[in-house]
Design a protein around this ligand. Structure first.
Ligand SMILES: [Zn+2]
Ligand SMILES: [Zn+2]
Length: 274
């Protein structure tokens, strides 16, 4: 059985973290033996994938959860790479409706020209399922500034279900949607005690974790206030309060799913954690 590896190419979220690159905003790369998929390629996705040795030429899918720049700006560059410099009609673009068509708030985030370069364009509408190779992406309702925002349940049929909240407030439907996960990737923008409309803070993350009881949790997508509060401390608190292992993502961190879940920092000297 091949492993499923989740590369946290970026762990920053929101305007201020993006503008300063205090944490990168390059999104997540998912790699198993057969598929190579980029999720939420914000600014830096192209450059940091190449620096990490994950060539975008091998991509077979790009997934974008909503129309905010920290989630989509490098998508067109990655489409050009995925299609071998626009020479081969190839790959899947699966994205929120706002990203594909625009909505009452915004124009489309990815040009019609780029949408025509890929083999398949799918709109991620809550409860819909899109397959990219062996990996399925089920869209989950989200409540965020972009009304078409969605979260994801990712399943390659071999390594257990992975939830990715993307940007959302804690709404009751998340509890049912994210139950039964092996790994929850929680985008926690702000720290405990500080509330931000349309986002999870650490208190919301705790409530969600206690309700859905995943086997393991990784927090990511940090705004300035959470970075100031220290993501490590916030994750430690979440782990103590919930009794579930919670890890704070760092730029370049890899999570490998096999019989066990292995977490490794970006440096060669970083000891893996089981
Ligand atoms: Zn965001
Ligand atoms: Zn957003």
């Amino acid at each position: 059985m091949d492993s499923l590896v989740i590369h946290f190419l970026g762990t920053g979220g929101g305007r201020h973290t993006m503008s300063t690159q205090r944490r990168r905003t390059a999104g997540i790369r998912l790699v198993n033996g057969r598929n190579n998929i980029h999720i939420d390629p914000g600014p830096g996705a192209l450059v940091h994938s190449i620096y990490a040795g994950l060539t975008p030429l091998k991509l077979d899918g790009i997934v974008v959860t909503h129309c905010h720049p920290d989630h989509y700006t490098d998508a067109e560059c990655l489409i050009e790479a995925m299609t071998q410099g626009t020479t081969r009609k190839k790959g899947v673009l699966a994205a929120a409706k706002s990203v594909i068509d625009g909505n009452e708030e915004t124009d489309r985030s990815i040009s019609r020209y780029h949408q025509k370069l890929v083999s398949t364009v799918t709109r991620l509408i809550p409860k819909s399922i899109t397959k990219i190779g062996s990996v399925s992406f089920q869209a989950v309702e989200a409540l965020h500034g972009d009304p078409d925002s969605i979260g994801l349940i990712i399943d390659d049929g071999e390594h257990g279900k992975i939830g990715y909240t993307s940007d959302t407030e804690l709404i009751p439907s998340l509890i049912e949607a994210y139950s039964g996960l092996r790994l929850l990737i929680a985008c926690t923008m702000w720290p405990k005690g500080e509330r931000l409309e349309g986002h999870l803070n650490t208190d919301d993350a705790l409530q969600l974790i206690k309700e859905v009881k995943p086997k393991c949790v990784v927090t990511t997508h940090y705004g300035f206030r959470l970075l100031n509060a220290d993501p490590l401390k916030e994750a430690k608190w979440l782990g103590e309060e919930s009794g579930i292992p919670v890890f704070s993502a760092t730029d370049g961190m890899r999570v490998t799913l096999n019989d066990e879940i292995l977490i490794q920092g970006s440096k060669k000297s970083d000891e893996p954690i089981m």
